[in-house]
Design a protein around this ligand. Structure first.
Ligand SMILES: [Zn+2]
Length: 123
């Protein structure tokens, strides 16, 4: 699962409506998988990303050098765009789990696929 996907996931258990994003990684196994660099795609994604969540998640995964804020010149800043590319498109969490900070629901990740299904009592 790429971090761009993680950035769009929130806990969807019943009555879990606050503090349910971002899901916290635990025991995450990270793998870097090369992808084509597409600056226009990244620039279009910037307004859609929850940057604070992304920066927090990067720290959890031990990824350094993620700026606390999107730089003002992001669209022309190739160094930033390359780092962003590596972070959201090439960084995959292959194994581990995501935990909701509110209800503590655990979403397991197996072979890069998060299991977002809930038990019947959680729907
Ligand atoms: Zn939750």
């Amino acid at each position: 699962m790429r971090l761009i996907t993680h950035n769009m996931l929130q806990c969807h258990a019943k009555n879990c409506n606050v503090n349910n994003f971002p899901l916290r990684f635990e025991n995450a196994e990270v793998e870097l998988i090369e992808a084509d660099f597409n600056p226009e795609f990244l620039i279009n994604m910037l307004p859609k990303l929850e940057w604070n969540a992304l920066a927090t998640t990067a720290v959890q995964l031990g990824i350094a050098n993620v700026p606390a804020q999107i730089p003002d010149n992001a669209a022309e800043n190739e160094e930033f765009l390359k780092a962003l590319h590596g972070l959201i498109l090439e960084t995959h969490v292959q194994q581990g789990q995501m935990v909701c900070n509110n209800c503590q629901h655990v979403y397991k990740i197996t072979n890069g696929i998060p299991n977002m299904l809930l038990g019947e009592h959680e729907i």
